[in-house]
Design a protein around this ligand. Structure first.
Ligand code: SF4
Length: 107
């Protein structure tokens, strides 16, 4: 997953751009239904919500594109199902090859 320390290591070695291109080239549409962000949430120690563990580590909160970070005390389960998932280029790490999640490969 090209985030934080691993991302910095790739960048330091001049491998970040090729690695991201490799992930994009191995995108598998079939992985989309199994992504952990489709069925789970991540909650930080202060109660703020994220679409997944990776987004939490990147401080990309649930609903980042539309409003301020969502706290667990404000959660609206009906609205949650309509809300877009916060994504960025690291998400290609989940959709490449056999897929990736906090539990390992998706397939
Ligand atoms: S990194 Fe992106 S694709 Fe992967 S689980 Fe999180 S939001 Fe979903």
């Amino acid at each position: 997953m090209p985030i934080n320390r691993f991302r910095n290591g790739l960048k330091h070695q001049g491998q970040l751009t090729p690695y991201l291109a490799l992930l994009k080239a191995h995108y598998q549409h079939d992985n989309l239904n199994s992504l952990m962000c489709k069925s789970t949430l991540s909650v930080d120690w202060q109660g703020f919500l994220y679409d997944c563990d990776f987004n939490q580590m990147l401080q990309l909160p649930l609903g980042a594109a539309h409003r301020s970070p969502c706290h667990i005390t404000d959660i609206d389960l009906n609205a949650l199902t309509q809300q877009p998932i916060t994504v960025d280029e690291h998400c290609f790490g989940c959709t490449a090859g056999q897929g990736s999640s906090c539990g390992g490969a998706l397939k």
